[in-house]
Design a binder for this molecule. Structure first.
Ligand SMILES: Nc1ncnc2c1ncn2[C@@H]1O[C@H](COP(=O)(O)OP(=O)(O)O)[C@@H](O)[C@H]1O
Ligand SMILES: [Mg+2]
Length: 258
């Protein structure tokens, strides 16, 4: 990636508003992230984090505002499947893996999907084998390659799903609370994994777990009431009185964000 690409935004949102029966889940949101970035978006419950991801995948259409992906794709005017084809991949909380297939076969199938029916029935090419190896290495599941996906641990299943998305060579990977339900060891490994992936594509993580954010985030955007409250490094946002206010305003979470 050249330095020019690194400073250009992969994603640019201007004045994005999403209303549900008059209630604004996103309220004039402005947001921007660059190629190769690992960005965390945090905020109290109801801040609009999931709605933001829904807008980016075309699931929800804003009433107002502009969303430009990769410098040219007009997201709010593009069908969901086309956004996926253009390189926006989303990981859901419940993994959509095939439990009776091995880890390796799951990756074969997901790369086949990208090539259509022909890809599914054709013998895997050398190039595809190499891509599977590379992705397995990245998510550190090489030793589990020939294990049935159904018997994997919770964390391993999540990593397999991330691997399946990576087979489609996305430009932007979206994750909604990826460490929910994980052990501490699994969380740490997921954090390392996200950092490694951001060398290959841009990664946008919506997260609730402040300890995870503290350990692995670089740039953090804080959403509150559908707007961008602030943005900065972990250290900056942890000491920002407005952030402390919206977290403590509701409970005693001050300890949780320090
Ligand atoms: N489909 C919907 N219909 C009505 N209200 C919704 C819908 N989706 C989200 N909301 C509301 O929008 C607000 C933001 O929701 P959400 O984006 O899920 O927040 P977060 O993920 O930050 O917790 C919440 O108050 C939620 O109740
Ligand atoms: Mg949410």
């Amino acid at each position: 990636m050249n330095s020019d690409a690194a400073s250009k935004p992969i994603l640019q949102l201007q004045d994005v508003t999403v209303s549900f029966d008059g209630f604004k889940a996103l309220d004039g949101l402005n947001f921007r992230m660059n190629y190769g970035e690992l960005r965390f978006v945090i905020g109290p419950n109801g801040a609009g984090k999931t709605t933001l991801l829904d807008v980016l995948t075309g699931k929800t259409r804003p009433q107002r505002g502009v969303v430009i992906f990769d410098g040219r794709v007009n997201v709010t005017k593009t069908p969901e499947h086309e956004l996926a084809r253009q390189g926006i991949a989303r990981k859901f909380q419940t993994p959509t893996i095939f439990p009776s297939l091995t880890v390796y076969e799951n990756l074969e199938v997901s790369s086949g999907f990208r090539e259509g029916v022909i890809g599914l029935i054709r013998r895997p090419s050398r190039e595809r084998w190499e891509q599977i190896e590379e992705v397995l290495h990245l998510v550190r599941l090489k030793s589990r390659a020939f294990v049935q996906a159904g018997v994997l641990a919770h964390g391993e299943k999540q990593w397999l799903e991330i691997a399946m998305l990576l087979m489609q060579k996305p430009k932007l990977l979206l994750l909604d609370e990826p460490v929910a339900g994980m052990t501490r060891a699994e969380r740490n490994r997921t954090g390392e994994l996200l950092q490694a992936i951001s060398g290959h594509c841009s990664v946008l993580v919506v997260e609730h777990d402040m300890e995870f954010v503290r350990n692995f985030a670089g740039q953090v955007t804080v959403l509150h009431l559908g707007r961008r409250l602030t943005q900065g490094s972990v250290t900056q946002i942890q000491t920002d009185p407005r952030v402390i206010e919206v977290y403590i305003g509701r409970s005693h979470v001050s300890a949780a964000i320090r």
